[in-house]
Design a protein around this ligand. Structure first.
Ligand SMILES: C[S@@+](CC[C@H](N)C(=O)[O-])C[C@H]1O[C@@H](n2cnc3c(N)ncnc32)[C@H](O)[C@@H]1O
Length: 367
């Protein structure tokens, strides 16, 4: 299913029951069921559980068999049956927390000695598998660090970024966001990398995730996960990208880490970020490395990434300056906040046009 259609489903899942029902009807149950089952499988962490179970999903008049390896239409000898109305599973998978009630779901176990009722035997194995499978349709908390480690990104371990990310992103998790990351990972190998894209895709269960890399990473494409090949400093490429993605809500720069690239990408993409959006730059240690265009001595040089971002700070208080004394960076009215951490910068986009206190408070002469 293409991104436009996925977005329609996701938005409908955040509306009322009727919105979800209409979307299922218009897009077609045959097309919707595989999208939802694929999400459940991709979201599931089967680590440590037996993965040989077969589960039957009865969704309206659709019947699908799912195993850890995949799913197919049709009824086979399954060890457990999940019955649910399709609009309800749609809300469970793509809805915000309050909509993920799965209120029409029932789980039926066969009356068969093969599965039995022994939690230490086959019944327990299938129950564990089913629990992990259905976890992707619940509002249970998601541990970003665990996701980053599971999917193989270096955002925790080598670096320690996930705590900061979780603080900024947790309040946004329920929104149908567009997330764009520069730098997919895996460098020269088209089939390697994608760890953070997969983690964002799982973390933002209603998000569309886009990744850019200088190397073709299309083998890593997936549902709600789109890769594009291009140079993060190429303005024409970025324009074409944004025409496709729409205004991103989150941009993460984890690409070349060259200072000129970091600055060029920010200058081009920040104005195209959605209002209320967040722009993140990782690995700012390269700001001090000559080999990346940085310097450990010219700390305020705006050609280095840290020097550049620091130069934007006074703009937060632009309205406190006499206009004749303030040189515009072009960004001061769109940056509402900046946060600096070890090798990591967050820039928050919102209108910054509050104005200062009345002049008499500051003891200025009254005109
Ligand atoms: C550190 S890795 C990204 C890791 C990934 N974000 C993660 O957390 O799993 C950096 C990636 O940026 C890519 N890259 C290097 N120069 C680039 C450029 N100019 N434009 C876009 N991507 C670039 C590299 O090919 C590499 O795959």
């Amino acid at each position: 299913m293409d991104n436009e259609c996925l977005r329609r489903l996701i938005v409908a899942a955040g509306g009322g029951v009727a919105d979800a029902e209409i979307a299922v009807k218009e897009i077609g149950p045959d097309a919707v069921v595989p999208v939802l089952l694929r999400e459940l499988l991709e979201r599931a962490d089967f680590g440590g559980v037996d993965t040989t179970a077969t589960v039957l999903f009865e969704l309206d008049d659709q019947c699908w068999t799912i195993t850890a390896a995949g799913f197919a239409p049709g009824r086979t000898d399954c060890e457990v049956t999940v019955r649910q109305e399709l609009w309800d599973l749609l809300r469970g998978v793509f809805g915000p927390a309050a909509a993920r009630t799965n209120c029409t779901r029932s789980i039926r176990w066969p009356d068969s000695p093969a599965v039995g009722r022994d939690s230490a035997g086959r019944f327990g194995q299938v129950a564990h598998f089913l629990h992990r499978l259905l976890a992707g349709s619940t509002a249970a908390p998601v541990d970003l660090t665990e996701l980053i480690l599971r999917f193989g990104s270096d955002k925790w371990g080598f670096h320690h970024y996930t705590g900061h990310y979780a603080r900024f992103f947790e309040p946004l998790r329920d929104l149908p966001l567009t997330v764009l990351e520069l730098g997919i990972g895996g460098y020269g190998s088209p089939t390697s990398g994608g760890g953070s894209l997969k983690a964002w895709q799982r973390y933002f269960h209603r998000g569309l995730v886009f990744g850019v890399d200088i190397v073709d990473k299309s083998p890593l494409d997936g549902q709600r996960r789109t890769t594009r090949r291009g140079d993060q400093s190429d303005k024409a490429f970025l324009d074409a990208l944004i025409a496709e993605t729409g205004a991103p809500d989150i941009v993460i720069d984890d690409g070349s880490h060259r200072c000129d690239h970091v600055i060029a990408s920010f200058q081009h993409l920040f104005p195209r970020l959605a209002p209320g959006g967040i722009y993140v730059v990782e690995d700012t240690q390269t700001s001090y490395w000559e080999s990346f265009g940085g310097s450990a001595s010219r700390l305020s040089d705006v050609d280095t990434s840290m020097g550049y971002f620091k130069s934007l700070l006074d703009g937060l208080n632009h309205s406190e300056f006499d206009p004749d004394d303030f040189t515009s960076t072009g960004f001061e009215k769109q940056i509402a906040g900046m946060s600096f951490f070890h090798n990591l910068v967050f820039v928050q986009k919102a209108v910054n046009d509050e104005g200062s206190l009345p002049g008499f408070v500051a003891g200025k002469p009254i005109a």
